[in-house]
Design a protein around this ligand. Structure first.
Ligand SMILES: [Zn+2]
Ligand SMILES: [Zn+2]
Length: 341
């Protein structure tokens, strides 16, 4: 009996026998790191829509500024440790992640505002599944994401104490406006560089088996899956905020670093290639690179912003050629292991 390899779904999208849909485009890689330089592509990558600046960076900056000016305790108070001011930061961060992740969840998963249009995986979030806490993927993911907020808050509070006590190099916007803007944009490159290395570390088998397996229970990802990590992974993941101990920064840089680290995963794990607002309007999301990591495990440890995977040979760019390449590598590895035995 031959099994049909593909099906056409309710949106006219072709899905393979696992129910997966692909955009047909190779995954996005930052043109800044491509050679020869394509100036048009670089400018589009910085100023286009979507791009490095719009919309996510701009939205994060708005959230950071509102939080900095209205929902952060006075610097003088933060000179000495106190549970009350730490609780204030924690409360702000819990509200932020609940509203942010919750909005993506309501749009994509709960109310299925765009159905499965542009959804990579054909399935919805798992329920009645014993591999997840409370037998429910979404509740499991929310639980671990909230645990991550404690780490985000701990790093942020620690950094605020160092800032308040003049223990780390700080800059002012008026004295160094160009450097301030440059560093604002550089934060996401640093974060992606840092993430690649800690991600490779936790794919080391002993750490994978004890720590990172928890994140990888989510093969089919949703907005709350991004921060669903083991506490050891949270500890490593948020350590990117420590860069401000050595790099002269403004508190806004430190806050942006934390906000992007905590809230960014909802975007990269939403599981949809585009946010579709109607027949004519859609916002490209293009997070297939990390989706493929959840699908195949040993490819795409980083993201397209800093294409370390390309340089180290672990890039799966989403094309059938890449499928064939990694399938052949896998078969060779299995054959080698069988021979060793
Ligand atoms: Zn992930
Ligand atoms: Zn991983």
């Amino acid at each position: 009996m031959t099994k049909s390899k593909t099906t056409v779904d309710e949106h006219g999208q072709i899905r393979d026998r696992r129910g997966e849909w692909r955009s047909g485009r190779p995954v996005w890689l930052d043109p800044i790191f491509s050679r020869p330089w394509d100036i048009k592509a670089i400018l589009r990558g910085i100023f286009g829509f979507p791009s490095m600046l719009y919309p996510w960076f701009t939205i994060f900056m708005v959230l950071v500024c509102i939080s900095y000016f209205y929902f952060t305790p006075d610097l003088a108070v933060m000179r000495n440790f106190g549970w009350s001011w730490v609780a204030e930061i924690a409360a702000r961060n819990f509200v932020l992640i609940t509203v942010w992740n919750g909005a993506f969840h309501l749009w994509f998963i709960k109310y299925r505002m765009q159905g499965r249009k542009k959804k990579y995986n054909g399935n919805w979030m798992a329920t009645n599944s014993s591999i997840f806490l409370f037998k429910d993927q979404v509740y499991d993911n929310i639980f671990w994401s909230y645990s991550g907020v404690l780490f985000w808050t701990a790093y942020e509070a620690g950094m605020w104490m160092l800032i308040a006590n003049d223990m780390i190099p700080m800059i002012s916007i008026s004295e160094h406006p160009v450097y301030f803007c440059f560093l604002m944009l550089a934060v996401q490159y640093w974060r992606n560089f840092h993430f690649y290395w800690i991600h490779r570390l936790i794919h080391w088998k002993p750490l994978y088996d004890k720590v990172h397996y928890l994140h990888h229970k989510n093969v089919n990802v949703g907005p709350w899956s991004g921060m669903a990590m083991h506490p050891v992974e949270h500890f490593l993941y948020f350590s990117c905020m420590l860069i401000h101990i050595v790099i002269p920064s403004h508190p806004l840089h430190m806050m942006l670093n934390g906000f992007q680290t905590a809230l960014g995963p909802a975007i990269s794990h939403c599981g949809f290639d585009e946010i579709v607002f109607g027949d004519e309007v859609a916002l490209m999301n293009d997070r297939y690179m990390h989706y493929l990591h959840h699908r195949f495990h040993n490819v795409n440890y980083g993201e397209g912003t800093v294409p370390l995977d390309k340089w180290f040979g672990s890039l799966h760019n989403g094309t059938p050629e890449a499928d064939a390449h990694f399938r052949a590598l896998h078969s060779a590895r299995v054959a080698g292991q069988t021979e060793e035995k």
